[in-house]
Design a protein around this ligand. Structure first.
Ligand code: GLC
Length: 652
């Protein structure tokens, strides 16, 4: 059962399009209480065994207990354990214990989920303004609650089939030759590949919807040539539009008043990759339609997929922020010029920490600063809305701009689309990649844990930068991560500028990579069908074990394995120098291991704990009792998969 409550005057986020009657009485949840004296808070006394699920793209575990999280879309490339905000804002939680209650806090500003952080037994959800919609969903189980919520928020985005192939990306590919080198590297080594991602350097001076003509002479022919080799090029689109005389998109946006404005009505200016930019006001319907229509420029050149980036929106610094820092620096330099400060000055020159606290603070906070988010406005239905109040809707609406445009520009085409920042509702238009992770072993596990939580919030087409974006990867880390990536809908290797080259052919014994990625292609028809079914039936692709086995405390506590569809359980290895791992089987299952010689090892296993041996070049999974999956022969691309080679493996 779902009930909708209104507090104050909520902003219409469009997270939920289903029309619902609002309750006239205040919500009542056993062990919970609401406060709405100016601010909003919900407090709940948790039982020891209560599990709190949800929050989509968030740090830490599948069970969110024991920490605090803030929905506040943030461009932060250091996903260390203490971080409270990542790129997404997914305000849906499920309290699963004596009662099964889902709660969606439809609030587009910063909102805090203290889940046993301040007091270990207390859950507190709080935000500054008591203006929000709250949806309360009760059901038989956490899984049941999730399915009801998913139905409420509408069908998840389904990408084209090629998007289930493997993609290679790197910030640093600049030219057509760079792309060709990647394709050659993969094809020559027989490692399957379907997509090469184009990061910011394909553009002319980082201007959205432009192509650098020196780096890509005759781009449409190049796109075509790649397609003939079954390779799709997937360009990045950034939120900020470069300020440059003569750049049509900039000029048009200014003329039509489609950029975000300061309080005085001037266009807000922020620095991102292109230097000074304006942000398209994607919360304004007309501006959204206008920005979305620009994707056609690339679609007309043969492009069939995009990744939307920097759409928290990320701000390196604003004009105001720089002026502010400049003032502080000037005052500081002035103080150094005082003659009596000589000794102090030397001290300062020797020790950077001696910079006054205020100056250091201003320097540290110049990027993505909360002050900047208070400096610009959106025009929504004729009214000016300050950005910080609706901050978490920006990435959603940038992606919605594209998604809505695609249905007009190319109604018969399926177009790949995923985003970095998001809010619930965006799941109808695109998927998500989990942003700038690092080549750390702990991030394989973080990747795994985010997946089912994202599914709870509607985001099915998801994945992480395999191999790690920041830091230098290693061969073993990449192989282990790929063996998880075999199962994630988005399977993409991506790395940052300046890090070790991590295309699979850069390492010795490329056959191991060929084999692991090959397993993806052998399972691809099954994975794709399972995905489409999950999307259409408002079901999950990845589930925590506790969703199917809520009475089994070992299953509920298992956070490093996932159920996939109704047939599989995945158990990737995520520690360095491991020879395998311990797995928990909540029921008897068939252990399946894809061996490097192409054979498939199958072994029945009883319920309980087992240690499974898994070498670096092997891919493990389990088939549930009474289930089967079909497996095809390896292919070099999705288009080359031969359905007639399908054979079934299963566990009767
Ligand atoms: C951001 C993105 C990353 C991209 C980089 C350059 O950090 O998250 O994926 O490579 O910008 O465009």
């Amino acid at each position: 059962m779902i009930k909708k409550y209104r507090f104050g005057k909520p902003f219409e986020t469009d997270a939920i399009l289903t029309q619902m009657q609002e309750e006239t009485e205040a919500p009542c949840i056993a062990q919970g209480s609401f406060q709405t004296n100016g601010h909003f808070s919900f407090t709940y006394l948790m039982d020891d065994t209560d599990v709190i699920y949800g929050l989509g793209e968030a740090n830490r575990g599948i069970n969110k207990r024991g920490y605090v999280y803030e929905s506040n879309c943030t461009d932060d490339p250091n996903h260390t354990e203490e971080k409270v905000s990542l790129y997404g804002a997914h305000n849906f939680i499920i309290i699963s214990g004596k009662q099964q209650v889902g709660m969606f806090f439809d609030y587009p500003g910063k909102i805090r989920f203290d889940i046993g952080y301040t007091r270990q037994d207390t859950l507190t959800v709080s935000c500054d303004d008591a203006d929000l919609y709250l949806y309360v969903i009760t059901g038989e189980s956490a899984y049941d609650v999730t399915k009801q919520f998913r139905k409420l928020i509408g069908t998840s985005y389904i990408p084209p089939k090629f998007a289930f192939g493997f993609g290679q990306s790197r910030w640093g590919y600049q030219t057509a030759e760079d792309v060709e080198k990647v394709v050659k590297g993969y094809r020559e080594n027989g490692i399957p590949l379907d997509m090469v991602y184009m990061d910011i350097d394909y553009m002319q001076d980082y201007k959205d919807f432009t192509i650098n003509p020196e780096r890509f002479p005759d781009f449409p022919s190049f796109v075509q040539k790649m397609k003939e080799q079954h390779i799709r090029l997937i360009p990045i689109i950034d939120a900020g539009v470069k300020i440059e005389e003569g750049y049509d998109i900039y000029e048009e946006g200014v003329k039509k008043g489609y950029f975000c404005k300061r309080a005085d009505g001037s266009d807000f200016v922020a620095a991102v990759w292109p230097g000074w930019t304006h942000f398209p006001d994607v919360l304004n319907k007309d501006a959204r339609e206008w920005f979305g229509s620009k994707y056609q420029i690339l679609i007309d050149q043969g492009i069939e997929g995009f990744w939307n980036d920097m759409n928290e929106p990320a701000i390196f610094y604003s004009k105001e922020g720089v002026e502010d820092l400049n003032e502080a620096m000037k005052a500081f330099v002035h103080s150094l010029e005082e003659p009596q400060e000589q000794a102090h000055r030397e001290d300062i020159m020797d020790n950077a920490n001696a910079l006054p606290y205020e100056v250091r603070e201003k320097m540290n906070r110049i990027q993505n600063s909360p002050q900047d988010y208070e400096r610009f406005y959106h025009k929504v239905n004729g009214e000016m809305v300050r950005h910080d109040k609706v901050h978490n809707l920006y990435g959603f609406n940038m992606t919605r701009a594209a998604g809505e445009a695609f249905s007009k520009i190319a109604p018969d085409k399926e177009i790949l689309l995923f985003s970095r920042a998001s809010y619930i509702g965006m799941h109808r238009y695109g998927g998500i990649w989990t942003g700038d992770n690092q080549s750390w072993w702990s991030h394989i596990l973080l990747n795994l844990k985010m997946m089912p939580s994202l599914n709870m919030c509607g985001f099915l087409y998801c994945g992480a930068d395999l191999g790690g974006f920041g830091s230098h990867t290693t061969r073993d880390l990449l192989l282990r991560w790929l063996a998880l990536g075999v199962f994630t809908p988005l399977m993409r290797n991506h790395a940052a500028l300046g890090t070790r080259e991590q295309e699979c052919y850069q390492f010795e014994n490329t056959n191991d990579f060929k084999h692991v990625i090959g397993v993806r292609y052998r399972l691809l028809p099954y994975l794709y069908d399972t995905f489409v079914k999950a999307a259409k039936e408002n079901d999950m692709y990845f589930k925590p074990l506790g969703f199917e086995f809520p009475e089994d405390k070992y299953a509920v506590a298992t956070e490093d394995q996932l159920l996939l569809g109704n047939e599989l359980m995945i158990t990737p290895v995520y520690t360095q120098n491991a020879i395998g791992r311990t797995v928990y089987l909540p029921e008897e299952m068939m252990f399946v291991k894809f061996m490097p010689d192409g054979t498939i090892l199958q072994e029945e296993m009883t319920r309980g704990y087992h240690f499974i041996d898994v070498a670096l070049n092997e891919v493990p999974m389990f088939i549930r009792k009474g289930k089967q999956v079909s497996i095809v022969d390896v292919a070099q691309s999705v288009a080359e998969i031969k359905p007639e080679t399908a054979k079934v493996i299963g566990y009767r």
